[in-house]
Design a protein around this ligand. Sequence first.
Ligand code: ZN
Ligand code: ZN
Ligand code: FE
Length: 764
Amino acid sequence: MNNIIHARIRITGQVQGVGFRPFVYRLAHELELTGWVRNDNLGVDITIQGAQSKLMSLIERLRNEAPYLARIEQITHELLSEQGEFMEFNIIPSQDGRQRQTAITPDMAICTDCLFELFDPGDRRYQHPFINCIHCGPRYTLTAKLPYDRANTSMNTFKQCPDCQQEYEMPGTRRFHAQSNSCPACGPTLRLYDKNWQTIVTDDALMSTAGLIRAGKIVAIKGIGGFHLVCDAHSTAVTRLREGKQRDEKPFAVMVLNTTSAKCHAILSSKEIALLESPERPIVLVQSTHELPGIAPGLINIGIMLPYTPLHYLLFSELSPKKTDWLQQESPVVLLMTSANPYGEPLVTSDAEAQYSLTGLADAFLSHDRDILHRCDDSVMRVNVAAPQFIRRARGFTPRHILLPFSGPSVLACGAGLKNTLCITRENKAFVSQHIGDLDHAGTRAMLEETVAHLCEILDIQPELIAHDLHPDFYSSQFAANYAAQHGIPVIAVQHHHAHIAAICAEHRTSLPVLGLALDGVGLGTDGKAWGGELLYVAGARFERIGHLTPIAMPGGDRAAQEPWRMASAALFQLGRGNEIVQRFPKQSGTKTVVTMLQRDLNCPKTSSAGRLFDAAAGLLGLCERQNYEGQAAMFMEGLTIKQGRVEAQNNGYAITENGELDFLPLLNILADCSNKAYGAALFHATLGQGLVALIRRAAQQKNITTIALSGGCLLNSVLSAALIEELTNQGFHVLTAQQLPPNDGGISLGQAWVALQSFNQGA
Ligand code: ZN
Ligand code: ZN
Ligand code: FE
């Protein structure tokens, strides 16, 4: 009891903007400790005075009872000799030092307490579309810089009213130091405009918006990381949106009120339900029970998300049947919600951008006066082989970092040309940006530059090393070269599939040698050829190509990636069945030209790409002759296989040569004569899986390795990844897969950064 000591406690991790200081305040009062707590650039800083036993119990409870959104990395404490007397415990102002070490919190869905208040007529925030508290709401997208204080966010233009200010200062409440605290009297307000940007005069912008949606209109709605285009998924607006967005068959995501409502449209596992309801609220790709016309044409999956902002919930309350307990009840309302990113440009975030690029697409605009500082798309995930997997990582997850097993210089890795993301490392942490997109548009290129500047600002670093893809034509590679020249720092080019495998090694924090299977679209190989079905030996910064798929010609080059009939034609030609091409594809006008090209080897670069192998198979089975979007043919193949169920692999469908070439032409020969599409698709998957495992087993024996890393866009195929993981695990291999990032090109930047750090460490 008499043993009064002083100590300094430091907490690092995601501990700012999540209600950590109020939490410490509450614990200190409970434990009768005195002193202070503050945020600083390393995280949370506490100086404490009290009985030793209570101090120890404080440290234990800091770890065990931390607020919902907090992610603690480290708690350290040291005893202080000086005996400063503290009479009470206080929260003191933030300390702005030099190096910013603390993590930034991603944007989170509205919490259950705020949701309750939102629909409580007695609450002063009843129906306030910007309600939030320390446990919920946007963070990353409205924070300009650290530390996370109101002055550094886009809430800085709203002065809290006396009531809000009082709550903000009242320790122990959910609004104590809630930086974006507001109410109807002092917070942001909604504004509704017609298609010509004339204000629609209304007492209730949300009720009017609901009326427009009910009447079959398309409304552009400003959200957390950008605008969505929204309409009733059962209305003819879906067709208009498809035409307007030039999105022939590409699937749209939908939003439904809750998982009970989602079950009317999809088969949901408990893991999928948990993912849908998680505070990160990604779009979850699930198996649909019936086709919603125009939403996901020809696919067995549908992307569903639940409401995540107060505004979404208010919209559902207007549109859903009026019942008590309506939040838990099934609602027939299905809203099509698609990112407002016309023609592949980045997501629209401001009224000016919306006015410029969505006019003609939207019938009305529901906007507000809280600025979005960083654009951030919805994340897309699926449950694959019983584990959540990213397809696109953005809102809810960015800028959560990935912990590396070692420190090094700050690396800026510029990612691939498509599905671009950036990665910046600071000491032993890798920060992967939100999904930026395909860098063939001026807007996405500008976003890449903005994101580099923004990440450097909030992380307070200057890159010391630049990494990029081996392909010199990617905009990201050119950006890297220019940046390196401007700043006088070294630059390293990383082969595409090496980066795919390195990303898995980084996530799993292993520098030991692995065998990496990259099943992908196309990436430039070290021999100048188009790779994409590669077995690599990867050790640290080094890799060796020890196996690959037998190359198939791509008649017309990149065009063959959009037209599976071309890949099918190339396969037929290589099988000595070129004479069948013209009659097999009567709908295609270029068949004779393609035959000539193949005969004369004109504009027929060869590729070992697994993606193109899928295309060839889909073309031969007559499943898809032309793709409307990337991966469509492979998704048709996957869907049919799931419907068909498991079939036996064809043992003589593949052959492995001495130099590690895996040839599936025999399988394609069988598929060319297969009239049962579903069986053919299933046979393709089964044989592909078996052939790949055989190739791996052979290489594993030669190299004496038991760890296998799987990556590349084809790993999003649930049938293929399940077959590989299951069979390899059964054979005693240790299988590593993408968990914190997508296996597609969205994960490339982390792999590049990892290779750069490893080569620096080896060189140092
Ligand atoms: Zn809340
Ligand atoms: Zn207020
Ligand atoms: Fe790739």
